[in-house]
Design a protein. Structure first.
Length: 231
C-alpha cells in the first residue's frame, strides 16, 4: 500500500474539454496517483464525448453520475416552474424548459453517435476509497444518496449538514454540484484559467441549442459580441 496518496478531484465539467485540458496540463506537475470526477460531466458544453475520452485516460480514474448526466440518459429535467399556472404566465420559463430539453437531446445524440452512452449509463452514484491512513473517503455529486437538491455548501447549518450526511459511513465526504470549494484535510485548491472564448466559439460552430445559456455562464453576461463582429 502507498504511504500516501494524491487524489485529484474535479466535478461539473459539463462537456467543456478546453477547461478540462487546462486542468490536466496543470496537474502534470503534481504527480497524482488517482482521479475522481464527481458528476455533471457532459451536459451544456460542446464536447461531451471528448470529455469522457479524456477522463478515461487518467490514472485510477473513478467517475460518477450527476443529475445532469441522468437527464441525458432519461430525458427528464427539473421543471423551471412551481405550477402549471406559473408556466402559462411566463413565456421565459417555457422557453428555458424547451431549451434545456433540446440541449439534453443534442448531448444524447452526440454521445450515441460516438458510442459513449453506455459509458455514461454505467457510472455509479457514489465512489469510495480508503486512504493509506485508513480513512474512508466517499465521493458523491450532491449529497450521499442524492444527485440533486441541496448539496454540501460552506454556509450550511450544522443541523442540515448532519441530516445530509447521516448514514454515509465515511470519514471524509467530497461532493460536486454546488460549485463551491471547501477546505479539508491536506487539500490543495487549484484555480486554472482557460480560454472561455474558444469554448463559446465551439458552441456556436456546433450549433449547440444551449449556446446562449452557456455563453452567459462563461462570459458573465447574457449576450456576447464576438471579436469578429466588434472589430
Amino acid at each position: 500500500m502507498l504511504a500516501c496518496m494524491r487524489l485529484g478531484v474535479i466535478a461539473d465539467i459539463r462537456g467543456n474539454d478546453v477547461a478540462l485540458r487546462a486542468i490536466l496540463k496543470d496537474a502534470d506537475q503534481m504527480a497524482l496517483d488517482r482521479w475522481w470526477a464527481l458528476g455533471d460531466l457532459v451536459l451544456f458544453g460542446p464536447r461531451p464525448a471528448e470529455v469522457l475520452d479524456l477522463l478515461s485516460t487518467l490514472p485510477g480514474i473513478g467517475m460518477l453520475r450527476g443529475n445532469t448526466d441522468r437527464y441525458v440518459l432519461t430525458g427528464e429535467q427539473p421543471a423551471p416552474h412551481a405550477t402549471v399556472g406559473d408556466a402559462v404566465g411566463s413565456l421565459d420559463l417555457v422557453q428555458r424548459y424547451v431549451a434545456m430539453a433540446a440541449g439534453i437531446a443534442w448531448t444524447r445524440g452526440v454521445l450515441d453517435q460516438a458510442g459513449k452512452l453506455a459509458t455514461l449509463a454505467s457510472l455509479p452514484s457514489q465512489l469510495r476509497l480508503q486512504l493509506p491512513s485508513g480513512a474512508n473517503v466517499l465521493g458523491v455529486h450532491a449529497s450521499p444518496g442524492a444527485d440533486d437538491g441541496p448539496g454540501i455548501e460552506p454556509e450550511i447549518s450544522e443541523e442540515h449538514l448532519r441530516g445530509l450526511l447521516a448514514g454515509s459511513d465515511a470519514d471524509i465526504i467530497i461532493g460536486g454540484h454546488t460549485h463551491w470549494i471547501t477546505d479539508g484535510p491536506a487539500v490543495t485548491q487549484r484555480t486554472i484559467p482557460f480560454d472561455a472564448d474558444a469554448v463559446i466559439d465551439d458552441l456556436q460552430g456546433r450549433h449547440h441549442p444551449n449556446t446562449e445559456f452557456s455563453t452567459s455562464v462563461l462570459s458573465g453576461q447574457r449576450r456576447r459580441v464576438s471579436k469578429r463582429s466588434s472589430s
